[in-house]
Design a protein around this ligand. Structure first.
Ligand SMILES: *Cc1c(COP(=O)(O)O)cnc(C)c1O
Length: 481
């Protein structure tokens, strides 16, 4: 089939002299530009007519998989629906027109929203204080680990290690390293949960923090959590909860109640900040009382007269991690979401997310191996290990073929503790019909010819780019021949 859309770059459709606009003749006399500022030749900008320009970019935009167009079960990334109402409200001039250097007395409404968001996130965490500054989950991890480092330094304790389970998101060990700690891997047992014996053998007075994702990336709630947090605390270390994806436990259990001392949220995953393709994000952290003095300054505070202001006087603070108040546009969307849902609605989100994931798991279980998949939390991890051995069908083949069928692929080859992993997170915003259709499509793909799958996708402009080269040697700039 002939491809409907051209793959030309805009430079390649350029024709000398074409323009998108016509300007009236200038009535202003030409000024002489100092030769220091003159280029020898003008930059090689593309020259195209307006219609060609519009078609070019509109066609490009339609090549994306997007949550507004496609089911997008990308495990751990939580591609739930982002309400359009949030976009309209956050664009109100009262929000969008603010300048971060305005005096506090002129931005009381915004400060009230930020203050209330701090309270909500503190409450959902079951902890004592919250900083909205970090601009992503990974930056939240780093910020919390810097807070932990400052806390131990203040106590005169020299703790150099951060323990991280092997099923953790790659940002966990990376954040530990950037915060100046040695990252030590803790094994998962056969059941996919933290192997207690391995944790105990590595836990000692050198340990600063144990980072845990619970429910973990296998979609399993680690029911040893109380024992784990007790053991970590016995050694004087802190427990960090990776709460990027809180969708299974909102309003059901609180990290602070099961022993976490600090955590981060991903507002862009759990609380409907639109995301993908690199941001913007928001990764607030919540901490227990003894860590509060070390949080990034400033914090939003409210005095007894109900006036909001920024508290800069925090002598033990680790300082700023982000300019101004963080990614305020994303935080406001999260606030709108929480205000819309209220406490019961927030709990319902998790109940529905867990129900949807278990429904999909039940539909797929007899057709593809799900190693620890009796039941799951908000996501589950299938494995193409047997399919690969018996039919030469890999996780990548399935992921690529799903694109032909109009679905974004699940997360593949993560977590690394499962061979040929396909990590599936339907989220709470999908209907039963969508889940039925997706399951039917995935099952029909498993019956397809392996050779057909090896070359999928067949119906898209690009089939299988060289992903390693694209990562290691990205070509981001067009150069004229
Ligand atoms: C997405 C994610 C992160 C990192 O969040 P970013 O905002 O992408 O930096 C950390 N941990 C888990 C479990 C995640 O899913």
């Amino acid at each position: 089939m002939e491809k409907l859309q051209s793959t030309n770059l805009i430079f390649e459709i350029s024709k000398s002299g074409r323009r998108c606009h016509t300007l009236p003749p200038s009535g202003v006399p030409a000024a002489k530009l100092d030769s220091r500022f003159q280029r020898v030749a003008p930059p090689p900008l593309p020259e195209v007519a307006e219609l060609d320009l519009v078609r070019h970019f509109t066609n490009l935009s339609s090549r994306n998989m997007a949550i507004d167009c496609n089911f997008y079960p990308l495990g751990s990334c939580t591609m739930k629906y982002n309400p359009k109402r949030h976009e309209r409200l956050v664009a109100f001039p009262g929000f969008a027109g603010l300048h971060p250097l305005q005096p506090d007395c002129t931005i009381q409404g915004m400060l009230a929203i930020l203050y209330e968001t701090q309270l909500f996130l503190t409450e959902i965490a079951g902890l004592h204080a919250c900083s909205l500054q970090p601009a992503a989950g990974a930056q939240g991890e780093l910020t919390a680990l810097l807070v932990a480092a400052a806390y131990f330094k203040h106590r005169g304790e020299n703790r150099t290690r951060v323990l991280v389970p092997d099923s953790a998101h790659g940002t966990n060990p990376a954040s530990a390293a950037i915060a100046g700690f040695d990252s030590v891997t803790i094994k998962s047992g056969e059941d996919g949960l933290v192997e207690l014996a391995d944790l105990e053998s590595k836990l000692d007075e050198r340990t600063a923090v144990f980072m845990i994702t619970n429910p973990n990336t296998l979609g399993l709630f680690d029911n040893q959590i109380l024992e784990i947090t007790r053991k970590v605390h016995e050694k004087g270390a802190l427990v960090y909860l990776d709460g990027a994806n809180m969708n299974a436990i909102l309003g059901i259990t609180r990290p602070g109640d099961f022993g976490a001392d600090m955590m981060h949220y991903n507002v862009h995953k759990t609380f409907t900040g639109p995301h993908g393709a690199g941001g913007p994000g928001s990764g607030p952290i919540a901490v227990r009382d003894m860590l509060e003095p070390f949080l990034p300054a400033p914090m939003v505070v409210k005095d007894s007269a109900g006036v909001f202001s920024l508290k800069h006087d925090m002598p033990l603070s680790i300082g700023r991690v982000r300019s101004f108040f963080g990614n305020v546009g994303v935080i406001v969307r999260g606030w709108l979401y929480l205000r819309t849902l209220g406490p019961n609605g927030v709990r319902q989100v998790s109940e529905q997310a867990v129900l949807n994931a278990n429904y999909l798991l039940a539909l797929l279980k007899g057709h593809i191996e799900v190693p620890r998949g009796d039941t799951c939390m908000h996501e589950f991890v299938a494995s193409a290990r047997l399919l690969r051995r018996e039919k030469r069908i890999s996780a990548m083949d399935i992921a690529k073929r799903l694109l032909d069928k109009g679905y974004h692929s699940p997360t593949v080859y993560f977590p690394m503790v499962v061979a040929e992993a396909l990590m599936i997170e339907p989220t709470e915003t999908e209907s039963q019909e969508t889940l039925d259709q997706f399951a039917g499509t995935l099952i029909s793909i498993l019956a397809e010819d392996a050779d057909l799958l090896h070359n999928a996708p067949h119906d898209l402009t690009i089939s299988r780019p060289d992903e390693v080269a694209a990562t290691k040697q990205p070509v981001l700039r067009w150069k004229s021949a």
